[in-house]
Design a protein around this ligand. Sequence first.
Ligand code: S3P
Length: 447
Amino acid sequence: MIASKAKSLSGSVAVPGDKSISHRSVLLGGLASGTTRISGLLEGEDVLNSVAASRALGALARKDGDQWIVQGTGNGLLLEPEGEIDFGNSGTGCRLYMGLAGAYDFPVTFVGDASLSKRPMARIVDPLKLMGVQLVDSREGCRLPITLRGPRVAAPIEYRVPMPSAQVKSAVLLAGLNAPGITTVIEPVMTRDHSEKMLAGFGAVIEVETAADGTRTIRLEGQGRLTGCDIQVPSDPSSAAFPIVAALIVPDSDVTLPNVLMNPTRTGLITTLLEMGGRIEIANEHESGGEKIADLRVRSSELKGVTVPGERSASMIDEYPVLAVAAAFAEGETVMEDVGELRVKESDRLAAVAAGLKANGATCEEGKDWLKVTGIPGGKGLGGAGSGSIPPVATHLDHRIAMSFLVMGMAAEKPVKIDDASPIATSFPEFVPLMRELGAELEDGNV
Ligand code: S3P
């Protein structure tokens, strides 16, 4: 796909539902007794794979009008799946269901696409082993395909999460649902807290204590009853990030995005863009289902480079690729600290971003766990990947790399071509029509 410089972007568009909340709605709905009704579920490939996983474990799930209706098995009552479960590109789906089903006394085989099969799974399997789960089979280096089998009775553990990861925290808590007694997760750096909030919403007995230094201790009582509930999924701030950055860097733009999730564990990008001088107005702030929601109005801005502190990285971990694109249009240097986790996402995002920026004429320096981008206000000379002798941007099966570089092409002097737009469907299937509705010039590069 090729993105060319747009005249302006304007209008109001609804970004699809939050991916993290969507996975957890389907997973917990499929586990709880009774019915869960979900409105605004993200129907991206990643979440649809979670729907299939819940079905494989005994839940019923169907769409009724705009709602998804899920009937769960009841906690402790998942069924042994008939075949392997395929999570496609989704690290979140795979790792959360490893926690959920891994502690049951039957084998479950987890498989995924080429990207997911390269990602580290020891971070999930290690704590599960402490609970008595057996790693029956895996590829070298604890990579998919992986088969787990739980013990007759799983042991509740106390586990200190070694890296900032909501997926690891969530996997241990979900496994703890099937263990007698209290499972404790200690989280030195706060990560997205959707699992804790939603477990409480489904009736789990769970408490969170935050120490003076910010360390959080989460205690969950295992083998309790979970009951279905109604969920309204707000718009995904990690998807909103693409039209937000596009509106900031395309001249004469004025874009409104209603009902975006504003949970403070997810708003690091907005904080950073405001520091860079971005004109982002946060209006109509309110609460729904225990989450903060707001409408965002974003206008073209003259951005300035900043240093993004490492402490902020967990609250914007998925947004660095598109921040790097914003930085390529900002005056001066933008430094992103302590972002080593980006190397184990859907692709090695530090390498993919650095290569893509360089292919499009931007100045970028990459360290083991940091990235530095020097911007060109107005985007003069930027772009050009996929024309002449320059190959298109390599997206490595990574939806956020694909969308970030299409955003770059919307404001760069020369068009930007990416090698594969199909991964966008994992998290934001409406991206192309929605951006076109705002005024973006996107064309299929194969036509
Ligand atoms: C997610 C957690 C994050 C994030 C991912 C979604 C979640 O991963 O990158 O897109 O829903 O729990 P880590 O737990 O690896 O940081």
